[in-house]
Design a protein around this ligand. Structure first.
Ligand code: GMT
Length: 386
């Protein structure tokens, strides 16, 4: 039998996206019998709500007058070293290039100079804006490129993100980039059409519902979605259920008032009961200007809810146009609104696509099929000894 691994997972404690992938992976690896430690400056919400056998290291650092801001990434490096010296870590899995791949790189360098236990190997998973926005910013690009090349293995969550990474960071003839695509995954038992365990806002709402879940950052274009939804209504009864919070939330509230659709838009804020909100929804909407994968769309599909989305980034690797949802060009708000109306007001078509969406989530993105690919990658970078 293969020996159990000691794995450190570094992540942002985000409510969605990379924080969810990292937490679900940590919990799944612990279930498989590995020793798993999560390093972050807060407990990621998806981990917080689980009783799973994962050790959490909350590393925030200490403010000091000389520091412009508190360097929590250095505190994470120190916490990793502490665990490594006491118990040994085989793998450091950094989610989102900056700052985590840098923290992992420093910890590996320090562990090498310790000359005690073998230093851990680094696996970096790129999620999206760590390449397209943050990594592309000139103040961070050279460091992003360095850590990609210094990682023992790098994964991307979609083929699209792999191509973007190659085009931006692997073109100058330096050390080769070893990129592997491992798509995001979903727990299809938890996110299921029968997830409704308690009454949900989607059932109380007026008419069929469109659900959107995000952090309301500009890249998600929630105000654009509110406008598209208003156009789809045409005097009919339906509700847009907005889950999550972030910078554009106030603008969306003002816009709903301006467009005269306040009665048709619900703001639920951040919620843990996502499956319960997604399962009874008529449609899930993803209106981003860029999206490397679209994990929230996959969670909706797994609940049997069809998706209306913009055809950007890696979204078409998740949602199949005309089968599991409807895609439109990023700037075609009219088409997006028509797609919303088509699924909201033709329940038979929506149900058919919802069933296909569930089938696709189970067949292509089931957690039990994807997590072993990370385990196999860890063992590969550790060499045959493990
Ligand atoms: O890159 C981000 O915007 C943040 C990131 C996150 O940490 O929430 O989201 C990205 O990673 C998710 C998980 O892999 C993907 O499902 C999202 O598509 C991706 N977001 C973008 O590309 C905008």
């Amino acid at each position: 039998m293969s020996r159990k691994l000691r794995i450190g997972i570094l992540c942002h404690p985000t409510y969605g996206g990379s924080g969810v992938v990292a937490s679900e992976l940590a919990l799944s690896l612990a279930d498989a019998g590995h020793d798993v430690h999560v390093f972050s400056h807060e407990v990621p919400p998806r981990l917080a709500r689980s009783p799973g056998f994962v050790q959490m290291h909350r590393a925030q650092g200490v403010p000091y007058p000389l520091f412009h801001s508190t360097p929590h990434d250095l505190a994470i490096t120190s916490a990793i070293l502490d665990v490594h010296r006491a118990a040994g870590l085989d793998i450091l899995h950094a989610h989102y290039a900056l700052p985590h791949a840098v923290s992992a790189y420093l910890a590996r360098a320090a562990a090498r100079s310790d000359r005690g236990r073998p230093a851990p190997r680094i696996v970096t998973t790129l999620h999206g804006t760590d390449i397209t926005l943050v990594g592309n910013e000139s103040s961070y690009a050279p460091l992003t490129q360095f850590v990609i090349r210094e990682s023992d293995a790098v994964t991307t969550v979609s083929h699209w993100l792999s191509r973007e990474t190659r085009a931006r960071f692997c073109v100058d003839g330096g050390a080769p980039c070893h990129l592997e695509v491992i798509p995001n995954f979903v727990d299809t038992a938890g996110f299921s059409p029968s997830a409704l365990r308690e009454p949900s806002a989607c059932q109380r709402a007026d008419g069929p519902t469109v659900v959107h879940v995000s952090n309301f950052r500009p890249v998600k274009r929630v105000p654009w979605l509110v406008r598209a939804f208003a156009a789809a209504l045409k005097g009919r009864s339906a509700t847009l259920v907005l889950v999550g919070d972030g910078p554009d939330q106030l603008e969306c509230r003002a816009l709903a008032r301006e467009l005269g659709i306040v009665e048709h838009v619900l703001f639920l804020g951040e919620r843990d009961a996502l499956a319960e909100l997604l399962a009874p929804a008529g449609v899930f909407a993803l209106s981003s200007s860029s999206e490397s994968f679209g994990l929230s769309a996959l969670e909706a599909m797994s609940c049997g809810t069809p998706v209306v989305a913009t055809d950007v980034g890696g979204v078409s690797e998740v949602v199949e146009h005309g089968v599991t949802g409807l895609l439109s060009p990023a700037n075609d708000r009219e088409a997006f609104g028509s797609h919303l109306a088509e699924l909201l007001f033709s329940p038979d078509a929506a149900r058919k696509m919802g069933s296909a969406a569930r089938e696709s989530a189970v067949r292509r993105f089931e957690r039990a099929a994807i997590v072993p690919r990370y385990e196999a990658l860890y063992r590969r970078v550790l060499g045959s000894a493990s």
